[in-house]
Design a protein around this ligand. Structure first.
Ligand SMILES: Nc1ncnc2c1ncn2[C@@H]1O[C@H](COP(=O)(O)OP(=O)(O)O)[C@@H](O)[C@H]1O
Ligand SMILES: [Mg+2]
Length: 292
């Protein structure tokens, strides 16, 4: 049964993007959408990445390989609701398709080609059919990414402590956020450190990532509370007497296994201790930013 949307909250769309593959975009998009649906009623997850991981991870490979519904909806004005599938009671998915490269090419010669996702999916459905829309995106710049940013105007950036996370954030800021802002208002809602290991007390990539985003003025206000560390916290960590929760989304087998079970984390392992992070992310989207 679909719950009623909460009239006190503003409907909002958000894109999950970072210009790096394997940084947690799909995992973040799936679990954020699932938590939003749990808290607010109907939510749509749109998979615009041609690798289809979000679509496979939710069990919809058939849609990825059948008629090119993305072409039909974005370029030929087909009804988006006839092309969504159900993930859970309140969560629908607009699946990716194996021929998204063709859609990307066709968009290049289409009129108003960056506005198609907005005009054909987000604008008609947001606030009416769905209270929130989450868009998973490809790791490279292009028309589909343009569409995702222009339609949602909001961005969440996942960061993994892999080599390259610094260039991931620099490139995403320079080539995506700053460029988009020359044409429209794009809000960064959150930076999400994800897939972290258990130690913070040594010179590791995890520590460097957490330290960098928490200490740089231009980044710190986008760090969710679950990844926030104050100067006093760092002192405690270095003195060996930090007793708070480990910050960031931790590496958990069940987060990865949920994908193979074709389920969002909440439906695979409702006891997972990291679910609260995705809940706070949902709250951040509801609020339109981090509330400290
Ligand atoms: N917190 C986590 N714990 C365990 N595995 C994770 C976690 N976050 C991401 N992963 C795994 O890392 C891989 C890459 O994540 P994914 O979300 O697919 O990245 P992207 O969409 O950016 O390519 C996946 O196999 C995913 O299951
Ligand atoms: Mg992905």
């Amino acid at each position: 049964m679909a719950e009623k949307t909460d009239p006190t909250k503003e409907p909002r769309a958000v894109a999950v993007n970072v210009l790096k593959g394997g940084f947690g975009k799909s995992t973040t998009a799936i679990n954020l959408a699932r938590e939003l649906a749990d808290r607010n009623g109907r939510v749509l997850l749109v998979d615009l990445d041609d690798n289809g991981h979000t679509t496979f991870n939710l069990g919809y490979r058939d849609q990825y390989e059948s008629d090119n519904h993305v072409q039909q909806v974005l370029l030929d004005d087909a009804d988006p609701l006839e092309n969504v599938v159900q993930v859970t009671d309140n969560l629908d998915l607009f699946p990716s398709h194996e021929d998204l490269e063709e859609v990307e090419t066709n968009l290049k010669s289409a009129m108003a080609s960056s506005q198609r996702l907005g005009r054909n999916i987000v604008d008609p459905l947001l606030g009416d059919t769905y209270s929130y829309i989450v868009v998973d995106t490809p790791a490279n710049r292009g028309k589909l990414n343009d569409n995702a940013l222009f339609a949602t105007k909001n961005l969440i950036v996942p960061l993994r402590p892999e080599s390259g996370w610094e260039s991931g954030i620099t490139q995403t800021n320079k080539r995506l956020i700053q460029e988009a802002r020359q044409y429209f208002d794009l809000e960064l809602l959150a930076l999400v450190p994800t897939d972290l290991s258990e130690r913070l007390d040594q010179d590791t990539r995890d520590r460097n990532l957490l330290y960098a985003i928490n200490s740089r003025d231009e980044l710190a206000s986008f760090v969710p509370n679950f990844a926030h560390l104050s100067a006093a916290d760092w002192e405690a960590i270095d003195a060996g007497d930090y007793t708070g929760d480990l910050p960031g989304i931790r590496h958990r087998a069940s987060i990865d296994k949920a994908h193979r079970a074709r389920k969002p984390l909440r439906d695979y392992d409702a006891e997972c201790d990291q679910l609260g992070c995705y809940e706070e992310l949902a709250q951040i989207v509801e609020n339109g930013g981090v509330v400290r």
